[in-house]
Design a protein around this ligand. Structure first.
Ligand SMILES: Cc1cc2nc3c(=O)[nH]c(=O)nc-3n(C[C@H](O)[C@H](O)[C@H](O)COP(=O)(O)O)c2cc1C
Length: 258
């Protein structure tokens, strides 16, 4: 296999499961790892073009059947003429929607050659009882088999266009109408939530507030808070929980395309 000097990891991962998948894939290759964390407000804002000694690994969570808006907008800044990419969307056992085709389209449009792609299942970051504790051992085993096949394909250097499920035009991106609340009796004003928010929806000096118009419900602030002071609550959240646990609690498996 051609040796890659650099392994570039590009991801958006508010509750860290997508990052875990990307790390699992990247760690199977030699080469110095570079990270592009699109959750970071400054991350991925400027154009970046990769050299041909680079293998790119991209991981994106699925939000409402699409890529998160902030993440897809930033991803468009990454270009790589014939640079090989392994690309996964990661979802919470509900649906893939059109996110997989959207991810593939963006990467191909920007010059990348897709070596392998797929959809992995991880714990639902909003309704955490759905797909709880995933990815598990079985998931990681399947992921490793996929990576092995990607390695073989990189060896063969034969890359045909990969067809993935999804519709065009893509389903409309619908913002999830939830905004985390902050229990100020628990908050220690460490401001971790402020710096974790990719939408800058939490005011600098007032973590008790969240701008619902800016918030994408991504969950970064909830998972970063060391005091568990931030969470979703309310009727809509309770209804969502009930609906997901009733309808989507049957295990779905990761799917891969090469
Ligand atoms: C705003 C939002 C919307 C989501 N929409 C979907 C969805 O449409 N289908 C699905 O299966 N999971 C959905 N999820 C769950 C995430 O895709 C899943 O938990 C993923 O593992 C999160 O990745 P992360 O740990 O890297 O943040 C959604 C999560 C959030 C926060």
């Amino acid at each position: 296999m051609k040796t890659f000097t650099k392994i570039a990891k590009i991801y958006f991962s508010p509750s860290s499961t997508t990052r875990k998948i990307v790390d699992e894939i990247a760690n199977k290759f030699e080469g110095t790892q570079e990270e592009y964390d699109l959750l970071n407000v400054a991350g991925g804002n400027s154009p970046k073009e990769f050299d041909d000694d680079t293998l790119v690994i991209v991981g994106m969570p699925i939000f409402a059947g699409r890529l998160p808006k902030t993440a897809s907008t930033k991803l468009m800044n990454f270009k790589g003429e014939n640079i090989p990419a392994i690309a996964v969307v990661n979802y919470g056992n509900i649906n893939i929607g059109d996110a997989l085709i959207e991810l593939n389209d963006i990467l191909k449009e920007n010059g990348f050659t897709i070596v392998g792609t797929g959809a992995t299942v991880s714990q639902h970051s909003i309704v955490t009882d759905v797909a709880a504790d995933r990815p598990d051992e079985k998931d990681l085993e399947k992921l490793n088999e996929f990576v092995e096949k990607c390695r073989e394909k990189l060896d063969s250097e034969e890359f045909e266009d990969i067809e993935v499920p999804g519709n065009k035009p893509y389903c409309e991106y619908k913002k999830v109408q939830l905004t985390p609340i902050c229990d100020e009796s628990l908050c220690t004003y460490c401001y971790e939530c402020v710096s974790s928010c990719p939408e800058e929806a939490i005011p600098d000096m007032d973590p008790g507030q969240t701008d619902a118009d800016l918030c994408s419900a991504c969950t970064a602030c909830i998972y970063t808070c060391p005091e568990d002071a931030r969470y979703f609550t309310g009727d809509l959240f309770e209804r969502m929980k009930e609906r997901f646990l009733t309808n989507f609690n049957q295990r779905k498996e990761s799917e891969f395309y090469l």
